[in-house]
Design a protein around this ligand. Structure first.
Ligand code: G3P
Ligand code: MG
Length: 254
């Protein structure tokens, strides 16, 4: 099996950063809650200062951790994730304030833990590699992520994606068996199909604001799988599926 097998099924729902409307995003709680409510999970991966692959969306720690409450880190503004070691990141809370009783300390989630989780639950995972170009070489980033996937023997469950398209041919070079997807937010690269072929990707992920039926058809006819983010409205999901879109990333999984 591989993520490409999953793409044979229609109307896929991806749990965006886990079930992030019910639990803090990109935490193990959010992943656990998504089981049974989605076809695959999406998480964002970055590297700590000492090279540990950790799960977080933003470049800085303020929004999703309690870093500002920690006296020890008050000189570390703007709290860039890649300035913090794994040990330092492990000391932070990743969203207990999300819950009304605020009692549940939310620990750091690592890529290693995510891969253990997907293996245990036999659930597909889209690992989005954040653009770490200002801190680490492309090879370092891609090799670090793929090394963990190989070590955990989970490549059959994984789809790798990135807004930094330079990572994608590198992924294929290091591990051709793992499917890849190019992510786009603002405008489609031109000429789109030729561009995606050069990247050797299997799928194309783009913002709902960029969707039109002709582009979806062109992509599907050329053999690319299409996933759209972030789609929380059920009617809109169905419109996209009717156009031929394979899957949507969603914050709400009810
Ligand atoms: O991978 C789909 C989606 O997660 C891309 O945007 O900013 O939520 O990581 P973002
Ligand atoms: Mg993402």
């Amino acid at each position: 099996m591989s993520f490409l097998e999953l793409f044979k099924r229609p109307c896929l729902i991806g749990a965006h950063r886990g079930y992030n409307s019910k639990h803090p995003e990109n935490t193990l709680s959010a992943l656990e809650a998504s089981i049974g409510h989605c076809d695959f999970i999406e998480v964002d991966v970055q590297l700590s200062r000492d090279g540990v692959a950790v799960i977080m969306h933003d470049e800085t720690l303020e929004r999703t951790t309690n870093v500002r409450e920690n006296e020890a880190y008050k000189t570390r503004v703007p709290y860039k994730l890649s300035d913090f070691t794994y040990a330092e990141l492990s000391s932070l809370d990743y969203g207990s304030w999300f819950y009304l009783d605020k009692k549940k300390f939310e620990p750091l989630l690592t890529l290693k833990k995510v891969l253990e989780f997907v293996k245990e639950n036999n659930i597909y995972i889209n690992i989005e590699i954040k653009d770490l170009n200002d801190t680490f070489s492309d090879v370092k980033v891609v090799a670090s992520v793929i090394k963990e996937i190989e070590a955990s023997n989970t490549k059959d469950l994984v789809l790798l994606s990135s807004f930094r398209h330079q990572y994608l041919p590198l992924c294929k070079k290091i591990e051709p068996d793992i499917p890849t997807a190019a992510l786009v937010e603002v405008r489609h690269p031109k000429p789109l199909i030729e561009y995606l072929k050069l990247l050797e990707v299997d799928a194309y992920h783009f913002d709902d604001a960029l969707v039109d039926e002709a582009t979806v058809k062109k992509l599907r006819d050329a053999g690319f799988f299409v996933n759209i983010y972030t789609v929380n409205d059920k009617k809109r999901r169905q419109e996209l599926f009717d156009m031929g879109v394979n899957g949507v990333f969603s914050d709400y999984l009810e």
